[in-house]
Each structure stands twice: as structure tokens, then as C-alpha cells.
Design a protein around this ligand. Sequence first.
Ligand code: MN
Ligand code: MN
Length: 296
Amino acid sequence: MFKRVNRLAIQLPVPEHGDANAAAAVQNLLGGKFGEMSTLNNYMFQSFNFRCKKKLKPFYDLVASITAEEFGHVELVSTTINLLSTGLTHPGDPDSTPLRRGLKAHNLQYFIATAQTSFPMDSMGNPWNGSFVHSSGNLIEDMLHNFFLEVGARTQKMRVYEMTDHPTAREMIGYLLVRGGTHALAYAKALEILTGVYIPDMIPIPSLDNSHFDHARKYMEQGLHNVLFTWSSKDYRDIDKIWKGTNPETGERLCVVVGRPEGAPMPDLESLPEEFAPGLTKDHYLQVLKRLKASM
Ligand code: MN
Ligand code: MN
């Protein structure tokens, strides 16, 4: 089962002005083949389908605990997209064409279908799909796939970082570059234990470490590249049989933290009357409020 906490992984800057095309680029990090929807669903199904959960507990614990973290990454990237849609349009009479600006956006779905919020699609509006999930039943194959998935996700994050300098997008990418690098290393360490092959020699791919990204350095200074969380108060603690020793990039000690990071408050989204979202007039809202308070 999952328990939900109404916190966001990190504090995102709430901008005065978003950027519709940056939001579209960030969509690829959500619903593209290498987006957070894919990391979440790959690890989620692999953990459901895992054979010999007791015998191979450290590997099961690894995939299961990272699943929970990826849920929070889907939430973080979605929230980034939503914040990048701040202040793009203004309320107005339909006849004044208040959504005119949508015509200039590369992804018109934002303005037509989702009221300027995230959706499980890539930067061009293609829907995320279940064929992006790899759950072969073979432990080594799945670990190798997950390593490749994290490395591919990292590459695409670096490219989106190079496309936009919007501070909200970069804050999210800086954090996820660090966490993605951590996951790639975790799967590499799992493979090393399973096969004896020292894959950490191949990291980072591409050969540009996180210290080259201004917005990633802050999270490295917090040591987040050396930590795996259990995302549970009791379970999944055997990840410390895999997540041990030192970080091959920095030589620092790796550590497991029981539980989850503190997180940050969840930003709220203002109403968008020009999109009819959430679509309640002031009078209607007062009626709803009355009914909510009434004892039935
Ligand atoms: Mn992720
Ligand atoms: Mn990851």
C-alpha cells in the first residue's frame, strides 16, 4: 500500500510569469519515454511482479522504495509544469480572445484540453503509454534496464536544462539530476553484487557530472547524491545491503535514511476564469460552502 503526504519534494520558486514552451519541454520529463511516468511505472510493476521477494529482499526493497520516490518525482515535474503556466493568460470576455496566446505555444493541448496544467504526454503531446514499461521477470535484465532508464532520463533532463533558464524549471531539474544520478548508481551497485561487474566505472553518462549544473550543486552540498531513503518507517531497510561503501564520483560515504525527506509545502494554483477552471463563480462557491458545512 502507499501512504500519501501532502508535501512537495522540494521548494519550487513560484514565478510571476511562466513560459508555455518551457512547460512543453518539461512535459518530456514527465510523459516521455524516459520521463518520470516511465521510471514510476517500471519500478512499480517490477516490484509488484518480483519473484522471491524474501530470498532476494535487498533487491526487492531497492525497487520498491525507489518506486515511492518516483511517485514524488511525477508530482514534482507536474507541479513544475503547472507553475510554468503562471500568468500566461488573463481573464476576459470570450469575444476578446483571452486565450489567444495559446496559439503561439508549441503544445496547444495546454490551452485547449488541460486548462494549462500537466498531462501524461511528451513535449509534442504524444500520450505516455504502457509499452514504456519493462518488467521482464529476470532480475539482472530489469536492473540493467533500470540503470539505462535512469541514465537516459538524466540525459534528457540535461538537454531540457540547456533549452530553458526559467528558474522554476531549473530548480526541479537540478534536484532530479542529483536524485537520478543516485538511482543510476544504486542500480549499478545492485548489478555489481549480482554479476561482479563494476559498472560504476561507466558513470556518469554522458560524461558531465552534476557539478557542471548551477542548480544541481546546491543539492550536492546537501549530500543528496549520497542518500537513499526507505520511504517507509519500517520496511525496505535492506537497501543498505546494496547502498553501502563510497560514492565513486566523490569518495564520500553512502548512507540510507529511514523514512522520507522533509519536503516543502505544496503550492496552490489560482483559478483561471478564462479556462473555466475550476469553474465556480463566487455565488456558486458560497452555496457549495454552505452545503459543505451543513450537517446532512
Ligand atoms: Mn525520477
Ligand atoms: Mn529515478
